[in-house]
Design a binder for this molecule. Structure first.
Ligand code: DP6
Length: 323
């Protein structure tokens, strides 16, 4: 029995689009911050005598598409380990699932680490990142603590995340809506590639943004990091909104929150907005400014829906006692 915990990451340069759906190879690299909030805890027990995998989400046995994705993922682990034994997977999620708060990232990062250990694989961080990627692309970055760059790579071996050094950053998450999204990112990425006239511009400009972001990290230039973050997010949403039929993840309140970031900057508090495939908005700032940003946002946004976050550890095993 092996238990792992992982937390979501928020991309400053986004991953949006695959060159290979099966291996989950992205069209571009991306760069993110793994957070210290909303942990997913997953226990994997190899059940040699059982007929099939048993997937339990928050105490309830699951048989739907999400459970199917987990079995498909376990098949990869079993193939590497030379095992055919089923497993029981028990997951506790404190992330609102499917709301653009990256529950698939923390979920598959925790599952990769727990399942590899349960099946007796001895994988280093790079191999675990590659494995987690096969469950959900962004999960490869939650294997890494703090800031992580996911190299797009050209094949399974070259597509993984690793740490990237830079200034201490923090985030404030504004939960606009914790409900499930109407169109999954997996489906929306395909529709963007196939129908958005901005799809190729997105790939070209994100490749340039990633290079500029790496430079900004090396310089420790928080202003450049923030400006690139906000612009890259809006470009992703522009490409998504241009799909046919259209997809729009940002709600009116999300747009208002982007304006709030500008308002804070106008009074000298540097914060920059980003949003994933959902209406929630995440503010990026200097780590030491997190409380000030949260307090300033609370003047116009319900304080109970603001979550302060700092850099967190990568996915890791924990002892059964701690689970
Ligand atoms: C908008 O990693 O959830 O959060 O690889 O299909 O599982 P799949 O997609 P997923 O997509 C995350 C997209 C994003 C941007 C990002 O995290 O980089």
């Amino acid at each position: 029995m092996s238990t792992a915990v992982a937390t979501p990451n928020i991309a400053l340069v986004k991953y949006w689009g695959k060159r290979d759906e099966d291996l989950i190879l992205p069209l571009t690299g991306s760069l993110s911050l793994t957070l210290d909030v909303f942990p997913t805890t997953t226990t994997v027990t190899v059940t040699a005598g059982a007929d099939a995998d048993d997937v339990v989400f928050d105490g309830a046995s699951s048989t739907g598409a999400a459970a199917g994705r987990i079995t498909k993922f376990l098949d990869l682990v079993r193939a590497q380990a030379g095992s055919t034994a089923p497993a029981r997977v028990q997951t506790r999620n404190s992330v609102p699932t499917g709301a653009g708060l990256a529950s698939s990232a923390s979920g598959f990062a925790a599952l990769a680490v727990a399942a590899a250990d349960a099946y007796g694989l001895d994988l280093d961080e790079q191999a675990l990142s590659r494995l987690a990627r096969r469950g959900s692309g962004s999960a490869c970055r939650s294997v890494i603590g703090g800031a992580a760059i996911w190299h797009a790579g050209t094949d399974d071996a070259s597509s993984f995340a690793e740490p990237v050094h830079g200034p201490a950053l923090g985030m404030v998450i504004a939960v606009v809506d914790a409900g499930a999204k109407a169109v999954s990112s997996r489906e929306a990425m395909i529709r963007t590639r196939d129908t958005s006239p901005y799809a190729s511009a997105w790939v070209a400009s994100t490749t340039a943004d990633l290079a500029a972001m790496r430079d900004a990290f090396t310089r420790g230039d928080v202003t450049a990091i923030g400006e690139l973050t906000e612009s890259n997010a809006l470009r992703m949403h522009a490409a998504i909104m241009a799909c046919r039929p259209p997809i729009r993840y940002l709600a009116p309140q999300s747009i208002a929150l982007f304006d709030e970031a500008a308002r804070l900057r106008a009074v000298g508090l540097e914060a920059y907005a980003t949003a994933d495939a959902g209406p929630n908005v995440v503010f990026v700032c200097r780590d030491g400014d997190v409380d000030a940003v949260r307090d300033a946002l609370a003047e116009r946004f319900e304080a109970g829906r603001l979550v302060a976050a700092h850099a967190g550890p990568g996915a890791h095993l924990i002892s059964e006692a701690a689970a």
